[in-house]
Ligand binder design. Structure first.
Ligand code: NAD
Ligand code: APR
Length: 229
């Protein structure tokens, strides 16, 4: 059984209508990262951060999985392949597209986290700034999102799967943010073949053994059809 680790970024959800970050109309053109995606921004103005994530939660709920999400789920269902999706995305389009084996290394829009005690629970559609935590009652509720400067979730599990994979594939990410941007190097050092499927060359394209460029809804299903024969 071929073990495939697939990293995805905002680009795989772009054709579902969810904005990416670093495109010309990207989220970081309208919001300063330091205001809405850092712990300092949260401490400074939690209401602004909640509005930003409530807007993103609403956009994600209104979006539907696209052909790329569905193709990855089809590959996972094939008994000849063991697929792990490691996503930087905080939307749930992989799960709604049928993928089961998904790690959200940057957290999820559907989760709440207590900034004080670390308790995590499902987020309401409209989270209010610093609601009382159901576990410790302190007014410290925040989105369960990993911000810049914070450690992503389940990294040991991810690095172990990368080193043990038969193939590493990167889909729809610009390769700007570590540690995800370093996965191709980790795979290469472990002797794992690497493939990039992205709209255009990413910051790390030259590191990949092979790169195919085009919209995810075209290049991802074509690649899966090749594998499934
Ligand atoms: P980093 O230094 O790897 O960030 C690289 C890029 O992020 C920079 O090139 C810039 O584009 C942007 N960036 C980072 N901090 C910024 C800032 N204060 N102002 C403007 N742009 C900034 O990222 P990092 O700070 O080392 O954090 C990496 C950690 O944060 C990792 O754990 C990563 O998984 C996590 N993270 C989470 C999110 C999220 O929205 N969930 C976003 C980015 C990073
Ligand atoms: N098909 C395939 N790739 C696409 C498509 C598409 N239809 N549209 C855009 N892309 C590609 C872009 O070419 C770009 O390389 O997706 C990538 C999106 O890059 P970013 O906007 O930087 O998003 P991402 O790489 O996921 O960002 C990484 O940074 O700010 C944080 O939290 C954010 O987790 C995210 C991290």
């Amino acid at each position: 059984m071929a073990k495939i680790v697939i990293l995805t970024g905002a680009g795989i959800s772009a054709e579902s209508g969810i904005r990416t970050f670093r495109a010309s109309d990207g989220l970081w053109e309208e919001h300063r990262i330091e205001d809405v995606a850092t712990p300092e921004g949260w401490m400074r103005d939690p209401a602004l951060v909640q509005r930003f994530y409530n807007m993103r939660r609403k956009a994600a709920a209104e979006a539907t999985p696209n052909a790329a999400h569905r193709a990855l789920a089809e590959l996972e269902a094939d008994r000849r392949h063991s697929v792990l999706v490691v996503t930087q995305n905080v939307d749930d389009l992989h799960e709604r597209g049928g993928s089961r084996n998904v790690i959200h290394m940057h957290g999820t829009l559907t989760g709440s986290l207590c900034h004080a005690c670390g308790h995590r629970w499902p987020a309401p559609p409209e989270m209010r700034p610093q609601d009382p935590c159901p576990a410790c009652s302190r007014p410290a509720t925040r989105p369960d999102i990993v911000w810049f400067g914070e450690m992503p979730y389940r990294m040991e599990e991810i690095w172990t799967a990368l080193r043990d994979a038969d193939l590493f594939v990167s889909i729809g990410t610009s390769g700007n943010v570590y540690p995800a941007a370093g996965f191709v190097a980790d795979a290469m050092h472990a002797g794992v073949p690497t493939l990039e499927l992205n709209l255009e060359p990413s910051a790390g394209t030259r590191m990949f053994d092979e790169a195919r460029h085009g919209p995810a809804t075209e290049v991802v299903p074509a690649w899966v059809r090749e594998l499934l024969g």
